[in-house]
Write a protein that binds this ligand. Structure first.
Ligand code: ADP
Length: 510
């Protein structure tokens, strides 16, 4: 049988990913024995090993989880064979996620000793999700343990050990937590490193390197005795990508480069920007089980019920005419929390209602508590993380605010567009790539934006948005419909990732 027939017959069998994997391995071994690997190479599925610290729905802190929880599925739909490696965090509900008690086990070297690591796995929508289970890795918080640098280095070591047994064509590491996987893999496999946020580089002591088998040799941006995992991955990966074309350009400059702009300039030819998508099945107002009434782009009547339900839940006056403005995210400088805090009293005095969900800088949390005391019937404040409430806010608001100082991509604006909630954003990074000001472009605009990072510019954009909301119901409805009709699924971006994988794989083989 020739390779093509074998390949087609293999593809057409409806088998589980695991069975398919075993069969494919046996098939490739047969071809290897026959010394005809070149026959299969162009048609074989790309095997992608994806490594990230968080992935929805298992563990989520921010946008990285959304990406790691949905891009692999989109790649699988394009024919990639994806294995996603994530730590088995203590917060992951094993029973709810169907994670088996047992799984493959390996003895992973760590310094002079060997550590037993378990790798229980499940299949989710065509993707094999492998949880790295060991107490050095899994804690009760995704981030914020004093030894984060060490534990994520060991996570990378454990993933590298698994990839030795289950080879991949592409190793795709995300953010600093998975960054050391890139030098660990070295030149054996094509590597892609994706920056989701350059502000978090994982800088630590170079002492963490030797136990995980890496050399201490310093790279140019590191101080003596320092290890910068993100910089090491940027220096070594075959291709460096980030999560929007805008941010890919910005990080080459001192304003956004976080001290790594020089290194990124050196890698400029290999730096790409691919805008994030969202899981449009999960974030779908037509089927969302967490919201008061379902609605769609064609029939948006349910949105008014969602607004009334959110006003009731937050103790706000139930009134369709009152604009409700939402904020969901980390209450930190990056997200423009200083601008939000500065404009909030004016907004509330001006008759708007604000719904804020997030946590972060304790000083800002305290200021928002004070605002709630002052405006109990106009501000619905929740300090914490609540995924279901987030969905009720996306559905129930009229406007969604993201005045970020910098924004690699931003998902809040994409989710709010999907729910017909109009974003007001600072035109920076991925926000500039995805939100077009409707006053600048009345036919194709989908939101409101401002450029200068200051209170006056933000207030100006908010005033325009509120005027549009209050002025003309038909135009507002049209804007809402246009926002909901936009396609922010992974379809287009996953294809760009696949092209990037093919390029890296080809270059690597050459
Ligand atoms: P980040 O920089 O934090 O990754 P993104 O906009 O890329 O910001 O993604 C944030 C994701 O996390 C979105 O899905 C958002 O809805 C969600 N999120 C952020 N904060 C909270 C919170 N407090 N509760 C629920 N979901 C949240």
């Amino acid at each position: 049988m020739n390779a093509r027939v074998l390949y087609i017959s293999q593809r057409h069998q409806r088998v589980s990913v695991a069975a398919q994997r075993g069969r494919r391995a046996r098939f490739l071994r047969t071809l290897d024995n026959l010394r005809v690997p070149s026959l299969i190479a162009p048609k074989a599925q790309l095997r992608v090993a994806f490594a990230a610290a968080e992935a929805a729905p298992f563990a989520k802190v921010g946008g990285l989880a959304d990406v790691a929880g949905s891009l692999p599925q989109a790649l699988a739909r394009l024919g990639c064979e994806v294995t996603l490696y994530v730590p088995l965090h203590g917060t992951i509900d094993r029973a709810k996620s169907g994670i088996p008690a047992a799984g493959a086990e390996r003895s992973v070297s760590y310094g002079a000793s060997h550590v037993r690591v378990a790798y229980p796995s499940i299949e989710r929508d065509g993707v094999r999700v492998v949880f790295v289970a060991n107490k050095r890795v899994g804690r009760d918080k995704v981030y914020g343990a004093p030894d984060d640098a060490k534990r994520y280095a060991f996570f990378c070591r454990s993933v590298a050990a698994a990839i030795e047994d289950e080879p991949a064509d592409i190793v795709h590491a995300h953010d600093w937590h998975a960054a050391l996987l890139v030098p660990m893999i070295g030149r054996r496999v094509a590597t892609i490193f994706t920056i989701h946020n350059l502000a978090y580089q994982g800088k630590t002591s170079a002492e963490i390197l030797a136990p995980v088998g890496l050399v201490k040799t310093r790279i140019s941006v590191e101080k003596p005795g320092e290890c910068n995992p993100m910089a090491r991955a940027i220096a070594r990966a075959d291709i460096v990508s980030t999560v929007s074309p805008g941010y890919a350009k910005e990080i080459l400059t001192p304003e956004f480069g976080e001290g790594l702009e020089g290194l990124l300039q050196q890698r400029k030819a290999d730096v790409r920007g691919i805008v994030n998508g969202i899981d449009t099945e999960f974030f779908d107002p037509a089927t969302d089980p967490h919201i008061a009434a379902n609605y769609s782009a064609e029939d948006r009547r349910g949105k008014a019920q969602c607004k009334a339900a959110l006003q009731t839940e937050g103790g706000l006056r139930v009134d369709a005419e009152t604009p409700v403005l939402g904020v969901i995210g980390r209450l930190v400088e990056q997200k423009g929390i200083d601008l939000l805090t500065a404009v909030a009293p004016d907004l509330l005095e001006g008759g708007a209602q604000l719904v804020v969900l997030g946590s972060g800088d304790p000083a800002y949390e305290e200021r928002w508590r004070k605002l709630r005391e002052r405006y109990p019937s106009r501000l619905f404040l929740t300090l914490g993380f609540d995924a279901a409430l987030a969905q009720r806010i996306y559905a129930g608001c009229d406007l969604f605010l993201m005045p970020s100082r910098f924004e690699p991509c931003g998902l809040g604006q994409l989710i709010s567009l999907r729910y017909g909630t109009i974003p007001v954003v600072r035109a920076v990074g991925g926000l500039a790539d995805t939100v077009r000001d409707v006053d600048e472009d009345p036919r194709a605009g989908n939101g409101f934006s401002f450029r200068q990072y200051d209170r006056a510019a933000f207030s100006g954009a908010l005033a325009r948005a509120l005027r549009a909301f209050r002025r003309d119901g038909d135009l507002w409805n049209e804007l809402r419909g246009r926002a909901m009709h936009e396609d922010h699924s992974w379809t287009a971006s996953a294809k760009q990732y696949l092209d990037m994988y093919r390029l890296a794989h080809k270059r690597h083989r050459e």
